[in-house]
Design a protein around this ligand. Sequence first.
Ligand code: GLP
Length: 261
Amino acid sequence: MEVILVPDPAAAGAVAADAICALLDRKPDAVLGLATGGSPLAIYDELARRHRAGRVSFAAARGFTLDEYVGLPADHPESYRNVIDRDFVSRVDFPPGAVQGPDGLAVDVEAECAEYEAAIGRAGGVDLQILGIGTDGHIAFNEPGSSLASRTRIKSLTRQTRMDNARFFGGDVAAVPVHCLTQGLATILEARHVVLVATGAHKAEAVGQLIEGPISARWPATVLQLHPRATVLVDDDAATRLELGDYYRQTYRAKPDWQGI
Ligand code: GLP
């Protein structure tokens, strides 16, 4: 796991955007794994800026989102299909239909989840997966207790996650759906490169566990310790629980320029 400590979210966004632009340079039809939530916004803002400046194109790329609420109407502004469109897809030049997500209104949920896995497989797998992390250590919507071998499936959200996400639903926890469809931890581990962004003091405990804690379903993000190419971008506020912060800083400073992340 490569740990990069950055001063603020914008710096994390720039490092991740560099990696995505480098990927698209060498593979214009790359498959991106797209996360929703606040964490990736700085990445999407930076990519949208670079796109406007003519520095990057998504015209041949494809995308898969991580997860979706169950039961929100298709036109609900907080369905992740609409969130990712608003936050990123509509701001760059993906062709229509190039970005898919699991269908939270599917009648046959198991068939939908299996089909979503198959669609990722048909696209050749995810080249670079963007991730955030929940305050309880979830990635995508893999809540504590998730099988480390899980695939795309239906999950129940914890009270904590529903409270965290209530800010998107007018502050009303009751309006946050109870169920979701989410890529599993094993699905995420198959992405060829995983880039997780964690910013803010409320993420410090989860970040400490993710990077330096034991691998455990109690903190699902810890499964990324098994990934051969995981990059974790952490801002100063989220880094306060790390024991080896000086080592991560020193290692990144000494990294050869040609290496990228
Ligand atoms: C959400 C999403 C995750 C996201 C996480 C953190 O519920 N399902 O993909 O990474 O929680 O969200 P945020 O980045 O807004 O803190």
